[in-house]
Design a protein around this ligand. Structure first.
Ligand SMILES: Nc1nc2c(ncn2[C@@H]2O[C@H](COP(=O)(O)O)[C@@H](O)[C@H]2O)c(=O)[nH]1
Ligand SMILES: [Mn+2]
Length: 217
């Protein structure tokens, strides 16, 4: 499971298209600024998508090479990849009208569409199938979601405690800079099982994935 964003674009692009001091409540998509914003948003989404595909190609290549070298496996079949955006806007038809849907903290969950709902570092994640519920505008959650800010998590959980917690769960941590690791401790997020149980009207769980290793920047 790969998660990528558009961070490099955020300060340079979005705030130069729509300066923060404008303090906008909304932006007309017919205006030149609105059109510009959408162009940049689409570029950022394509950039994040390309990053995911690139990482996946590299990792699959490594797994294939090592499987052949150490286990003599030459035929490895991968299931169809699932790729979904979160934190974006899309122009869609809902209740018979074309409207802009902001999926902030959400992914699309159209009828039969596959999606990914990650839990937290070292917990479980879910592959899900959308039910196309119109009441959520064909959306579901994009993750467990935080119950604590990064700052609070760092203050409350020591680096050692977070690293030992991962070790005790048999999870390998690939992270060079350890000092900020507690920002992402699983205790800073809601229980993924609770979150999934509360959106069964929006999605059907397809697979529960256990984390074996987590790599963070
Ligand atoms: N399985 C993992 N899930 C994670 C990890 N870090 C975050 N998360 C979950 O993903 C969502 C989305 O992240 P966001 O930063 O875009 O909000 C978040 O709510 C968590 O539930 C991880 O390392 N492994
Ligand atoms: Mn988020």
């Amino acid at each position: 499971m790969f998660r990528t964003g558009e961070k490099p674009f955020q300060p340079a692009v979005y705030s130069s298209v729509v300066p923060l001091q404008w303090d906008l409540a909304y932006l007309s998509t017919d205006s030149e600024t609105g059109k510009d914003y959408l162009r940049w948003m689409n570029l950022a989404m394509a950039f994040a998508n390309e990053n995911r595909w690139h990482m996946m190609r590299v990792v699959i290549g490594i797994v294939k090479r090592l499987a052949e070298k150490y286990a003599g496996i030459t035929e490895l079949e991968c299931s169809k990849p699932i790729s979904c955006h979160h934190n974006y806007a899309a122009y869609e038809e809902h209740y018979g009208k074309k409207v802009w849907i902001h999926r902030k903290g959400a992914i699309r969950a159209g009828d039969g569409e596959l999606g990914i709902i990650p839990g937290a570092m070292g917990t479980y994640s879910y592959l899900v199938k959308g039910k196309g519920n119109p009441e959520s505008f064909l959306s579901c959650s994009h993750g467990a979601g935080r119950i604590m800010s990064r700052h609070a998590a760092k203050a409350q959980f020591s680096v050692d405690r977070t690293i030992n917690d991962l070790k005790s769960r048999g999870v390998f941590l690939g992270k060079q800079k350890k000092l900020d690791v507690s920002e992402e401790t699983r205790f800073a997020y809601k229980e993924i099982e609770f979150v999934i149980a509360n959106e069964l009207d929006l999605i059907e769980p397809v697979k529960r994935l256990k984390t074996m290793a987590v790599v963070k920047g």
